[in-house]
Write a protein that binds this ligand. Structure first.
Ligand code: BEZ
Length: 254
């Protein structure tokens, strides 16, 4: 998907704001080396670097990396595929916020993360859990299918049991894993849901004309109104999975 980095920074800054609480789990001391995996426009990379840790931000999107470099010229950013990172036994921590659900090959992803970490290094991440955005996705799917098109969700939203198994199999020792509801108010009052859809479902909308797109947005808003329009704003039905897992080199079987 081609990411719109300006829309992301202007209207979806909440993604990074929520991610800041995850930084409390990270040892950000001077001697630490941290990878911010899927760093977007670099807001959290910058937070992670504030105490003097060495931090590298990577993202698959060149648009995002260009914006991150211009936002924070003193930090290191690289375009990289999370499933084939070019690092070996390098990082004390791999940190990632709101990224893993975009990646379909989770075995490859976890193998790549495992390889990047030093022995006893830590993966600290949060992303969409089972039933994340189910109201929005179900409404969008219904509208698209009523128009004779098919919708195939690109997302991976696991339960904590399912993900613990994947982490175990990849050789991690799971220290903390929880799932929780995190209702998320969207900026821009009545425009909030359409902004969100235009940003995050951009590739599903590519094949439609402007007129069809407007119709899809209106109909999706209508279907979502009862469930996620609350006190004059859209509140997205986010569910999160939060993980702290340690690389244990004796655990890996493959
Ligand atoms: C999320 O952060 O949960 C998310 C964002 C955009 C699309 C799907 C999920």
């Amino acid at each position: 998907m081609k990411w719109n980095s300006n829309l992301y920074d202007n209207k979806h800054s909440f993604v990074a704001e929520y991610g800041k609480s995850m930084i409390n789990f990270v040892n950000v001391g001077k001697e630490q080396k941290i990878l911010d995996l899927g760093c977007g426009t670099g807001v959290l990379t910058n937070e992670l670097a504030k105490n003097g840790a060495t931090v590298i931000g990577t993202d698959l999107s060149k648009n995002m990396i260009d914006k991150a470099k211009s936002n924070y010229p003193n930090l290191i950013f690289q375009v990289e595929d999370a499933t084939s990172l070019p690092f070996k036994n390098e990082f004390d921590t791999v940190f990632s916020n709101a990224v893993f659900h975009w990646i379909s090959n989770q075995e490859k992803l976890l193998h790549s993360v495992y390889t990047c970490l030093k022995d006893n290094g830590t993966l600290i991440c949060e992303f969409g859990a089972q039933n994340n955005i189910s109201q929005i996705q179900t409404a969008f799917e219904k509208v698209i299918e009523q128009k004779g098109y098919s919708y195939c969700s690109p997302f991976f939203f696991p339960s904590k049991e399912e993900y613990k198994l994947l982490l175990d199999q990849a050789g991690f020792e799971v220290k903390h894993i929880i799932e929780y509801d995190r209702p998320t108010p969207l900026a821009d009052e009545e425009k909030g849901l359409r902004n969100w859809i235009c940003q995050f479902f951009a590739s599903d909308l590519l094949e439609f004309s402007d007129e069809q797109k407007e119709q899809i947005l209106l109909e999706t808003e209508k279907l979502c109104k009862n469930s996620i329009w609350k006190n004059n704003q859209w509140v997205a039905d986010y569910r999160r999975i939060q993980i702290i897992a340690v690389k244990n080199k004796n655990n890996r079987t493959k």
